[in-house]
Ligand binder design. Structure first.
Ligand code: KG4
Ligand code: ZN
Length: 348
């Protein structure tokens, strides 16, 4: 079989989604399954690492068995196994990496470690194969907020990043302050539809003066004050009525999206690229998708955005990125390690 037609099994367990997928030739999804842990973490208002690890252990192999039997694929047909090994919750990553090593050993298949952020960017290329290098990528999730200059499938230079919370983390924390539940992103987006985005003057509060990075901690304090009262703690009662909550959600969303769109399109203009890619859970936000498309058009760029289910964590993106590494001849050994963090080449 030509390497470009290779059937790659992808495993993803870096955070709170246990996902498996089979992708042929980097183009065709032969099977996929995502087991979300949202219901387990909801009562804690955030992802609990210990709970996530146990849930990954319970869900991974049954999910894989079910997906392979539905797709009618036998182990012998698989060419290689790709697994997210960085960055993420270390215990959660180890569940996927250990499973991938065991399968690679038992089935005698090559093993490939995949960077979760590179996989999110691969999802945009999968969704939009006509996108050409170089391009600017915005990756926004619960743990990451980065603007990259992507020069090739193996070259990712950081042009901007968050100085404190990740954008998705800010959505989750602000939703908690507004009693909107977990996960915060979809809850804020829904509440914001009924609100006035100009009710609170936070528009530029996520753009530090350095001209490249993001900061989402100041706006959180702004929301805390209007939601619970000046100088009150998080446990003070909510003082906003339903329409006040909608206004705060809409104003917060506008500020975050304004920052993300501004930094990304500035970078695109500066670097002279013709494409912008979006990835990560926050890229599922309809307001961000629309505003990015409008702003990109003004700087002469097209935008590649994965469908919603490939924005949030999934294993299709892991199989796609793993398949690229496999086709390029990369192989990892059974000593493949997991890393909670990744040092990246930066220009900022
Ligand atoms: O990529 P992802 O599934 O997991 C991580 O790698 O973190 O992203 C999850 C994050 C959460 O913070 C969630 O609130 C956010 O993505 N998110 C959204 C939306 N859907 C998910 N944020 C804003 N609007 C949404 N519609
Ligand atoms: Zn992610």
């Amino acid at each position: 079989m030509a390497q470009s037609d290779a059937l790659i099994l992808g495993l993803e367990s870096s955070c709170d989604e246990t996902a498996v997928a089979l992708v042929r030739g980097g183009r065709e999804v032969v099977g996929q399954c995502v087991a979300s842990q949202l219901d387990l973490h909801r009562r804690w208002g955030g992802v609990v690492p210990e709970v996530a690890c146990r849930a990954h252990m319970e869900a991974l192999l049954p999910g894989l068995q079910e997906m392979m039997s539905k797709a009618e694929v036998a182990p012998a047909q698989i060419d290689a196994i790709a697994v997210t090994n960085r960055p993420g919750l270390i215990g959660a990553l180890l569940v996927g990496v250990s499973a991938a090593k065991a399968l690679a050993l038992a089935w005698e298949k090559p093993l490939l470690g995949v960077d979760h952020i590179e996989a999110h960017i691969a999802a945009a290329r999968f969704a939009c194969p006509e996108m050409e290098f170089p391009f600017i990528a915005l990756v926004v999730s619960g743990g990451h907020t980065h603007v990259f200059h992507v020069k090739s499938a193996d070259s990712y230079i950081v042009l901007g990043q968050t100085l404190d919370d990740a954008a998705g983390e800010a959505f989750d924390k602000v939703a908690k302050l507004l009693d909107l539940g977990f996960p915060g992103g979809p809850a804020i987006e829904k509440a914001a539809r009924e609100g006035n985005p100009k009710a609170f003057h936070w528009k530029n509060s996520c753009l530090p003066d350095d001209g490249a990075n993001f900061s989402f901690s100041g706006i959180k304090t702004g929301v805390l004050y209007v939601a619970r009262g000046q100088n009150q703690g998080r446990s003070a009662p909510l003082i906003l009525d339903e329409s006040g909550v909608a206004d705060a959600a809409a104003s917060f969303q506008r500020a975050v999206v304004h920052a993300l769109v501004t930094r990304t399109t500035d970078a695109a203009r500066r670097e002279g690229v013709r494409w912008i890619a979006l990835g990560g859970g926050v890229a599922a936000n309809g307001y961000l998708r629309k505003r990015m498309e409008d702003a990109a058009r003004r700087v002469g760029c097209r935008v590649a955005i994965p469908p919603m289910n490939l924005c949030t964590d999934n294993a299709v993106m892991v199989a796609v990125r793993g398949g690229e590494r496999y086709t390029a001849g990369a192989r990892d050994g059974l000593d493949l390690e997991a890393f909670a963090r990744v040092e990246r080449e930066a220009q900022c």
